[in-house]
Design a protein around this ligand. Structure first.
Ligand code: BGC
Length: 884
């Protein structure tokens, strides 16, 4: 196979129908290049609506985010883009598959108003859904028909009886007052000249339904539900005609729907053919009209992928329970819904109860708190009926069917896995089965929590964009999936609300549901760390340009809180949240001084801000941020570090932070801190003693001080608390607490206990960078550090990453003291390979290379014997069983 240009993208989207960028940057990958062969130049051919086809050539090796060739596109304009590359061996690839790029509407192009079937709703309780029906006439001369659509609430759109999009829960959740995203839908294939019909299903969703904890809030963004739809036909001569819509509305067969509560659908109320021509809507009402003007400023296209049904899962086991319920185990904790097909008499009710885990043989629904997660279907009685709820989502592994009408036949029941449709870009494998399953669990927790924005959990009455969670997880996220679009969308909310409210909140979109509105370290630092991580992993400088003021505003705010001293020792803090030593009902009560954490983060974020200003070429502001960072470092050392290098608090988190954030004076201090860190980790029997802040850092800190063996002991520990303990308990996702399920199988009594939080899975970034050995050495992986650290008795490990340059792959094997390494570098990138024997690093270019050395590490030794603790129930059980 010859070399080929593949995977053409516009901005960070593979599907570019309806984008805001009028001069979208283009990216592609080169595949099948002979070793050492690279791109020397490229040509972009653009066939656009308003102009003759053109081809632009650039003498450049760039394949990522190259500038749009030629003049920007107009709103609504479409272009078909292809790329071919000329390589360093003088060959030229074939033209790539075309990518269609189409710009959406400009703000002034919106001429329709919102139509609303319901301007207010009952004070509380999940509300019913609505149908909106519009007839419109398509002229015979139309060559293109588009619908530009958004809603207050969540919608599904049908045209002439068929779904017009596979998006779920559109338009998704954003800080609607600032950003309301619209979708561009191609109605062409489903319409014919003459009369056509649009049908909209509409429900409360995030806009008006209950969201948030402490009982939650209703009507957060407005009291109405409404849809904004503009349908346009384009004629061959390029003129565009807006097609008038005649709207009617009626109640939907959805009698109640809530994201937390679940959905009830009474199929007896369905009106067959309602979204097709010829249906008699004489009894339907006219919807109210809301002037569009007040929302125009907020309309934008989404920078990321839609939420979709990404996969279906069949149950792995079925159990008929006493009392008649049927319990299905999907074998995987997911975010999604159940779909079934069954027949039953009219009025028969089937209820679906969801839960993540079982406790005492029953569904454990306590962790859901007030998110009851029960769906209900009332049969119409007219033959096989297929149903899945439209406007709700559950986090679950188990479902119980109450009233299942089809006896033993459960073949039609399946789970729909629903999340942002991101492409997988990162993989890891090793000789350690539990470690591999842990990695898989992290991938699932990421998938289940990237539902339009990065959330904490998919099941209970939160599902919020907690900043601290994604702050620690962003490096892992950007390795595992192409999550840039989702994160960029969320960062726009962060920026808008931060500006509006004068501060970062601890989650965005922000809700006033009783959580302190004051900012906290490690959470608010997401404003800095997430854009920086995206830049580091994708090489997209524009992310920094777009967010640098938000980054700077956070650093300024903290600097003010320190009173210019650099020491952040006032106000609300979450600290090393979920330290395993904290009591179940007070997860913030960690062993590490929260002000130490706060000051350390201030030093780190201001240092990252300084680097950002450097990248953007603003030396003056870079210098100012460097001075802030220096002050915070000094304050940290003066307050928390002894001259010899001991740190107060004397905890694993404190030492890890000091080492990883480069807060110590010199190597002598690092050595003392490192020795103490190793001592503390050993003293805790290689059990985890860190929370949100220390956990992502401790393995890196240990490796940095030459104790990779200790890092491996910690990483491979299986007793509670440890990363692998949940795996031994059958977990299929990462838990919120180290002991969300206790060793005796009971669920942690804390009222905040989820089985699907990605934050503590952030350590997979260490597995990718250090265990397998792929780390970015320059933005976007144009330079790669390949420095695997074998250990822990692993006989092989591998990782691969579909980087902006192409696939990077590292694979090592050990046989006795022989260490073999295979490295694949994509065209346009370089790698520096460091072998574990400490020999001089080797530079390698594109292609696959093999490396070998003799190596035997201390980490092959078994962990130092641990001490038994009579107060530890696991230890006690083992002692009683005579194991000690
Ligand atoms: C969330 C966390 C979050 C924390 C901070 C929790 O309820 O689930 O992941 O970061 O609150 O207070």
């Amino acid at each position: 196979m010859g070399a080929a240009v593949v995977d053409l993208r516009a901005e960070h989207r593979t599907d570019a129908l309806g984008i805001d960028e009028r001069a979208p940057r283009l990216s592609w990958r080169l595949e099948g290049c002979a070793p050492g062969v690279e791109q020397r130049s490229y040509e972009v051919s653009v066939d656009r609506d308003a102009q003759d086809p053109s081809t632009v050539r650039a003498a450049s090796a760039d394949v990522s985010l190259v500038p749009w060739p030629g003049v920007p596109l107009e709103p609504r304009e479409r272009a078909s883009v292809r790329v071919r590359a000329t390589l360093s061996d003088d060959s030229t690839t074939a033209w790539s598959e075309p990518l269609t790029v189409e710009v959406g509407l400009g703000a002034e192009d919106w001429l329709e108003d919102f139509v609303s079937p319901s301007l207010t709703a009952a004070a509380s309780g999940p509300r019913p859904g609505w149908l909106l029906r519009a007839t419109f006439s398509v002229p015979a001369s139309a060559v293109r028909v588009r619908a530009y659509v958004t809603a207050h609430g969540v919608y599904d759109l049908e045209v002439n009886g068929t779904a017009a999009s596979d998006a779920v829960l559109a338009p998704g959740w954003s800080s609607y007052g600032h950003r309301l995203r619209y979708q561009t839908l191609d109605l062409g294939p489903a319409t014919t000249p003459g009369e056509n019909v649009l049908g909209i299903w509409l429900a409360d969703g995030w806009y008006r339904g209950r969201i948030g904890f402490n009982g939650g809030l209703w009507d957060v963004y407005g009291t109405d539900v409404a849809a904004l739809v503009q349908v346009e036909a384009r004629h061959a001569d390029g003129t565009v005609e807006r097609l008038p819509l005649r709207w009617r509305t009626a109640p939907a067969p959805i009698t109640a729907s809530g994201l937390y509560e679940g959905e009830t659908h009474d199929a007896r109320l369905e009106q067959p053919g309602w979204s097709r021509p010829g249906f008699d809507d004489a009894l339907w009402e006219r919807p109210a009209v809301l002037p569009r003007r007040s929302f125009l400023h907020a309309l934008e296209a989404s920078p990321g992928p839609a939420v979709r049904v990404v996969e279906t899962l069949a149950p792995v086991s079925v159990e008929h329970r006493p009392g008649g319920r049927v319990r299905l185990d999907l074998g995987q904790n997911v975010s999604g819904t159940i779909r079934f097909t069954a027949s039953a008499p009219a009025g028969h009710v089937l209820r679906l109860h969801h839960a993540e885990v079982l406790e005492d043989g029953e569904l454990s629904v306590r962790p859901l708190r007030s998110a009851t997660s029960v769906d209900e279907y009332v049969f119409a009685g007219d033959g096989p009926e297929t149903w899945t709820p439209r406007f709700t989502l559950h986090g679950f592994r188990y479902v119980e069917l109450e009233g299942w009408p089809a006896g033993e036949d459960l073949g039609t029941v399946e789970a729909l896995v629903v999340h942002s449709a991101m492409r997988r870009t990162g993989w890891f494998g090793s000789s350690h089965d539990l470690l591999d399953r842990f990695h898989e669990n992290v991938v699932w927790s990421m998938r289940d929590n990237f539902v339009d924005l990065p959330t904490d959990c998919p099941q209970r009455d939160e599902r919020l964009g907690w900043t601290g969670d994604i702050q620690v997880f962003a490096p892992a996220a950007s390795f595992l999936h192409d999550s840039t679009g989702v994160l960029l969308s969320w960062l726009r909310d962060v920026k808008a609300e931060q500006r509006d409210q004068g501060t970062m909140r601890n989650f965005h979109p922000w809700l006033e549901c009783g959580f302190p509105a004051e900012p906290a370290a490690a959470w608010g630092d997401a404003a800095v760390v997430v854009p920086w991580t995206l830049y580091e992993r994708t090489g997209d400088v524009q992310v920094l340009r777009d967010h640098v003021e938000s980054m700077a505003a956070w650093v300024d705010q903290v600097e003010r809180a320190t009173g210019g001293t650099g020491l952040w020792d006032t106000g609300f803090q979450l600290g090393d949240w979920l330290d395993p030593a904290a009591p179940p009902d007070n997860p913030g009560e960690s062993r590490t001084d929260p002000h130490l954490v706060a000051t350390a983060y201030h030093a780190r974020s201001s240092a990252l801000l300084a680097r950002t200003w450097d990248v953007l070429g603003d030396a003056r502001r870079a210098q100012a941020a460097t001075a802030v960072a220096a002050r915070a470092r000094r304050a940290f050392r003066d307050t928390f570090v002894s001259p010899a290098g001991r740190v107060v608090s004397d905890t694993v988190t404190a030492l890890s932070v000091a080492i990883c954030f480069d807060l110590l004076d010199d190597e002598a201090q690092v050595r003392v801190a490192g020795e103490r860190l190793v001592e503390l980790v050993r003293e805790s029997d290689h059990l985890i003693s860190t929370g949100f802040v220390g956990t992502p850092l401790v393995c890196d800190a240990l490796t940095r001080v030459g104790a990779a063996d200790t890092a491996y002991h910690l990483l491979l520990q299986t007793r509670c608390p440890s990363w692998l303990y949940p795996v031994t308990m059958g977990a299929t996702t990462v838990w919120e607490r180290w002991d969300s399920m206790l060793p005796d199988g009971s669920v942690n009594p804390g009222e905040m206990t989820s089985f699907n939080h990605y934050a503590l899975g952030a350590v997979v970034d260490f597995m990718h960078r250090v265990v397998a050995g792929i780390a970015p050495a320059a933005p976007g992986y144009r330079e790669i550090d390949v420095a695997p650290r074998p250990g822990g008795g692993l006989t092989h490990a591998s990782a691969s990453h579909l980087s902006p340059q192409g696939l990077i792959r590292v694979e090592w094997r050990r046989d006795g003291d022989r260490f073999d390494l295979e490295v694949e570098v994509p065209p346009g990138a370089r790698a520096t390979v460091h072998l574990p024997d400490g020999s001089a690093p080797v530079e390698v270019g594109p292609g696959t290379t093999h490396h070998a050395c003799r190596w035997r590490g201390a980490s092959d030794d078994p962990p130092l014997p641990r001490r038994w603790n009579i107060h530890d129930p696991q230890d006690r059980a083992l002692m009683e069983a005579g194991a000690a």
